[in-house]
Design a protein around this ligand. Sequence first.
Ligand SMILES: CC(=O)SCCNC(=O)CCNC(=O)[C@H](O)C(C)(C)COP(=O)(O)OP(=O)(O)OC[C@H]1O[C@@H](n2cnc3c(N)ncnc32)[C@H](O)[C@@H]1OP(=O)(O)O
Ligand SMILES: CC(C)C(=O)C(=O)O
Ligand SMILES: [Mg+2]
Length: 556
Amino acid sequence: MTMLKDPSQKYRAFPVINLPDRTWPSKTITQAPIWLSSDLRDGNQSLIEPMDAAKKMRFFKTLVQVGVKEIEVGFPSASQTDFDFVRELIEGGHIPDDVTIQVLTQARDDLISRTFESLKGAKQAIVHYYNATAPSFRRIVFNQDKAGVVQIAVKAARTISRLAAQAPETNWRFEYSPEVFSSTETDFAVEVCNSVIEVFQPTPAQKLILNLPATIEAATPNVYADQIEYFGRHIDRRDSVIISLHTHNDRGTGVAASELGLMAGADRVEGCLFGNGERTGNVDLVTLALNLYTQGVDPELDFSDIDAVRKVVEECNQLPVHPRHPYVGDLVHTAFSGSHQDAIRKGFAQQKDGEIWEVPYLPIDPADIGRDYEAVIRVNSQSGKGGIAFLLEQEYGISLPRRMQIEFSQVVQKETDRLGLEMTAEQIYSLLEREYLQAHVPYTLKGHRLQEENGTSAVDVEVLSAGETQHWRGIGKGPLEALVAGLPAAVEIMDYSEHAIGAGAHAKAAAYIEIRLDGQRPLHGVGIDENITTASFRALFSALNRALREADAKAA
Ligand SMILES: CC(=O)SCCNC(=O)CCNC(=O)[C@H](O)C(C)(C)COP(=O)(O)OP(=O)(O)OC[C@H]1O[C@@H](n2cnc3c(N)ncnc32)[C@H](O)[C@@H]1OP(=O)(O)O
Ligand SMILES: CC(C)C(=O)C(=O)O
Ligand SMILES: [Mg+2]
């Protein structure tokens, strides 16, 4: 087996639609479409292990909670499980008044009758039926010409109208899908749908849903948009029909096709959460909804706890959501690389509540969909100082001064290179402890006494070194200068800063000091203590010990 050198021997390009005055390219989507979830039908029919009743009920309740108002709950004539589930929904009173269930059937009288049986007693329901209309299906599946295929659709419409009239207690709505619409001659799709309209006689108050599936995605999404705009211009009684989209993802452009289809005038979208469904799946309703949201349009679906929704969907479908899946994947709000982390950290610092969202690299505020910021920045060997500083700030309230960020990021990078793994905030803090806060050798500060008089400070420190206690004394204009004067090495202070960690009685002080020892490269030290003077002394000892150790290592 091999790929063909000339694939045109086997595959042909999709013909373009003749619509030179198309208007959709300059349209924008300004309101949410009517959403229909086909997870319980389209998704379920394509699972290795179809959902059982308990899973279907759990999924149904999640859809209701999210705010989906039209839910295709199954294909009741196909299996007893689906039939019984529809009955359970109706008899158990599980369908809220503002939610309409929809069921699917082939355009066959026996299956339609069984479908109506399943819906007995429903307050409202959409009966959705379909037959394929594309040339290859006409020839291969039905062995019918165009007129024969129109007849299949019309005959079923008549049966549906008749059975609905016999059960007036239900508020019936009808949906027809010319299956494989996108591969059907658009004029013929219009012709079939107009014939169906003739039977149902829809009005602006009682609209017919015409669902136009890209059953198998076969062209670029602009072609689908042309087909939708063309259909909308030519269909009879446009004000009495709802044009519905149903895109699959065979070419990976299901979302794009639905978005362009909406720009081309469609009113409704069918799809599944996170894109489950036949083969490569149906269009992903979550992505579509959140794409709207990030354009400032209310999607009328609530994904403010997107991970909870994902959990239900994954458990019911027994399929994982990909880590790179838009909006919800584990890694999509995560930045590993240094320049991204730097920009995100600056963006968070500058972003103000109530203002337009502008944090670089994040198209959505993760908090809006129940994600927290901690997951946003993760550190591996590609990370820079920004991400490390962000994690220490967020998790431990530690704000490293800029030059120390650079120095510490080199320490972290050595460690991530050594480990070949990501480092968590906890591991980074441990490294900070090991490298700075526990830099007690060769000199461990055991205690100090400070006297201050007339702007002069005198410091006595007790130091443990190689098992022996030493006493140093220094005098200076402030405590730090006094301590530096008492050190047994020539130390130049390059920079000093401090800040509080936490607030109130449990607040601590963090002190950062940068020193240069005898003409060596500057190095930092860190000290944390309840007492700010003690914190600064600890920071100086931390820097001194690190500098002495580096000098020894160089000399060795
Ligand atoms: C694109 C989609 O996702 S469509 C929805 C797909 N989902 C399903 O099919 C649900 C599961 N299906 C089933 O369980 C079964 O197919 C059933 C119970 C619905 C029907 O089963 P069967 O009666 O055994 O028929 P089968 O599915 O094999 O269909 C083949 C026959 O139906 C005809 N047919 C297929 N689709 C349709 C249709 N939409 N309308 C009318 N007739 C159709 C075929 O031409 C074929 O007819 P033939 O036997 O005269 O050649
Ligand atoms: C039944 C129809 C709507 C369908 O699922 C499809 O064509 O993809
Ligand atoms: Mg489908």
